[in-house]
Each structure stands twice: as C-alpha cells, then as structure tokens.
Design a protein around this ligand. Structure first.
Ligand code: ATP
Ligand code: MG
Length: 220
C-alpha cells in the first residue's frame, strides 16, 4: 500500500486533477466527507488528509510514503529524510515582506534600524533578514498576519502573496519579494529506497501529469 498525504483546501483542489491524470481518483468526495483516510481507484494507493504544515512530518516519519507540501512549508520544516523529486507547479504564490503604506521600509533597512516583523514563517524570515544584515525582532503568529502592522504589533509582515488583494484590502504594500512558492511532491527516502518499484512509477506518472497540465495551461 502506498500512502499519499495531502491537505484540504488549495493543495487538494489543485492535486485532484493531477492525480486523475495519473489514474488515481478518490472513492469519496473529501470536501463533504469527515473521513481522514480515502481509498482510491487504485487499490494500492490511499490518500490521508492532514494539516498543510504537518505533511512533511508525516512523510519524514513514514506515516505517509509521499506527500504534497508548499515550498513555504518545506523551507520552514527542519528535518531530513525527505526527497523532493518534483515541482508540481500548483498553489503558486510568493513569500513577501509587506508593510503599511506609510512605513519607509527602504530607509529602515538601509539605516540598520531594528524592525519588528510578524510572521508564521519565523525560520524563513530570520534567515532572510540575517542574509541582508537587518536586525529583526520576530513575532510568531498563526494567522491574520495583515492585522499586525495595522495595530502597531509589528512594522512588517512576512507572508504569502498571490494576487495582492488581501494586502490591498488592508492598506498594506508588498515591499520585497523573498521567494517564489509552489507545491512539491515529497517522498520518504527510506520508502523510496526499499520500495522503489512501487513508488517510482507513481512519481513518473505524476511528472507526466504535471507536464500535461503545463501544456494545457499555455495552450490558447
Ligand atoms: P492551515 O489552515 O492548516 O493552517 P494553511 O492555511 O497553510 O494551513 P492553505 O491556506 O490551504 O493552508 O495553504 C496551503 C499551501 O497553499 C501553503 O502552504 C502555500 O504553499 C499555498 N498557498 C497558501 N496561500 C496561497 C495563495 N494565496 N495562493 C497560492 N497558494 C497559496
Ligand atoms: Mg490558509
């Protein structure tokens, strides 16, 4: 049995067409079901639903053989044992710094002043500002990051941006792009080594599904 870990929401929505193209369909609609484990049209493949940030943990410790996780989650996740064979090119967005429109980010960075940054991605943010030589006080949040600069909790946030409409709606400005984000297939290294004949064809099928999806995307 091959166990694939996915998370509800964006990743699941974008993954289902790729899985379908690879010949795998869930036996029940995960959006309406309360189940956490789903059989698929392939008797040797099952899907488990976990929290987005828990996917690498499941795969690392072998609770799942494979998983799909955002690069944001993977950059933040510390720990080895994961092989990342494939960019699925779904759930695309970017990790950015945003501030209130009236905050002079460029000067704050240039003058080496201490800035307060609120984020869910403290590891990634710490690394980013260390690379720039900027002194930061990091404040860990679990959601609604946009509120932090508006209430004076922080000068800036580090968060995911796609269209920028959430930032705009809250009077915030994207002042720096840190890294492009998309979701990756991750594989437990030991499982791949021991059960290569089972797992490798699935990776190859998903790779073909990604290539096919790309040709559909650029087609007129
Ligand atoms: P949880 O709600 O369990 O805390 P989450 O909020 O991180 O998890 P999602 O919002 O579904 O869950 O995000 C899952 C992944 O989708 C993220 O890790 C990121 O890679 C990607 N993602 C998040 N926001 C966007 C966005 N606005 N556009 C495109 N992809 C995104
Ligand atoms: Mg979310």
């Amino acid at each position: 049995m091959i166990t694939l870990a996915l998370s509800k929401g964006r990743i699941l929505d974008d993954c289902l067409p790729l899985l379908k193209a690879a010949g795998i369909e869930l036996e029940e609609d995960p959006e309406t079901s309360r189940k956490l484990i789903f059989a698929t049209t392939r008797p040797d493949v099952r899907v488990v639903l976990v929290r987005a940030s828990d996917v690498p943990t499941y795969v690392q410790y072998g609770g799942a053989d494979l998983g799909v996780a955002g690069k944001d989650v993977l950059l933040e996740h510390s720990g080895g044992g994961l092989y990342q064979p494939l960019d699925l090119k779904i759930a695309r967005c970017r990790m950015s710094v945003a501030t209130r429109a009236d905050f002079d980010y460029a000067s704050a960075v240039k003058q080496g002043s201490r800035i307060r940054v609120a984020t869910k991605y403290t590891g990634l943010a710490r690394q980013h500002f260390a690379d720039k030589g900027v002194h930061v006080d990091l404040i860990k949040l679990y959601g609604s990051m946009e509120l932090a600069p508006l209430t004076g909790l922080a000068d800036a946030i580090v968060d995911l941006v796609s269209s920028g409409s959430t930032l705009r709606a809250n009077g915030l400005v994207e002042v720096e792009r840190i890294v492009e984000i998309s979701s990756r297939l991750i594989v437990n290294q030991a499982a791949l080594k021991l059960r290569r004949d089972e797992i490798r064809p699935l990776i190859d099928a998903l790779e073909r599904a990604v290539e096919f999806a790309e040709t559909q995307r650029v087609a007129p």
